[in-house]
Design a protein around this ligand. Sequence first.
Ligand SMILES: N[C@@H](CCC(=O)N[C@@H](CS)C(=O)NCC(=O)O)C(=O)O
Length: 219
Amino acid sequence: MPATLYSFRRCPYAMRARYALVTLGITVELREVVLKSKPEALLQLGGRSTVPQLIDGEQRFPESLDIMFWTLENTIDTKSAEQLWPRDAGKQAKILAWIRFNDHCFKQWLDRYKYADRHPECSEEFYRAKGERFLKRLNKRLSSSEYLLGDVLTLADIAVFPFIRQFAGVNRKWFEGSEYSHLKKWLNTFLDSDCFKVVMKKYEPWEDGQAIINFPEPL
Ligand SMILES: N[C@@H](CCC(=O)N[C@@H](CS)C(=O)NCC(=O)O)C(=O)O
């Protein structure tokens, strides 16, 4: 039986989990969640009810990063898995450093920039400038290689790009006119990819008892 993924299409955490699943060719049962009315089956699991969450038999993974590691362990495409998460401890540390900075520093400024009206103590431009510190670092890194760790895609790229997509979407005109040309090119490689089309396919909210939705759908 495939594992079950509770997901929300537009959530950047769920996006990176789905992107890893598609990249590594793993099929799950998809349950699309409406955040304002979460399904009973999710709530009854107890504890946190954020998405994404993956349930694999008795095991539960309520963190997107853990779901990504679960995909690495469960794929039969070991070559791609080793590329995304190289054995080299130094590279692993760099990957985690990018992800941690994204999740623990950049994300808070992204949220304030996106919902500046809910944080009137500072201006939208102020929050954007705070977020730009990460954009600058990414752009500098991407000026000398195609991806964050070099010339191959790793978990760092997959984990970070959905958040940059969200930042870009707050004021698209500003982002398009910005100086971050390497970052824009990098982001577009994801947004234009076939994988992303599969990742962003729309599904109706899941209801108990409905037919199983396999994700990704078989070709
Ligand atoms: N650290 C979690 C964060 C997940 C998260 O915050 N998801 C949001 C949607 S983007 C959510 O479920 N919000 C609803 C809630 O907090 O109840 C992860 O990496 O999976």
